[in-house]
Design a binder for this molecule. Sequence first.
Ligand SMILES: [Zn+2]
Length: 101
Amino acid sequence: MAWQGSARRARLPKNWALIRRRVLRRDNHECQTRFSDGRLCGAPANQVDHIEPGDGHSMANLRALCAWCHARKSASEGGHAAACTRVRTERPKQTHPALED
Ligand SMILES: [Zn+2]
């Protein structure tokens, strides 16, 4: 088993493969990410995401995502609370790496 020893694998239920297939079929293999402008991503989905991170494997807590959206969500989950309270400020101008000393 490729994921043997992984903590993530241990948290998934025994019938995860079945659940995963069911979620992808329910969502028509389309990414369910809703962008801030209201559009649905709709890209071909091959991943299943837990809407609320954790151990809830109910169909209501699962949705199909494309690899890109899933990676983006996973990357942002850690700093999400901080990002929600952060005050938006002007980003400092990037300097070209060649110009840095
Ligand atoms: Zn997507």
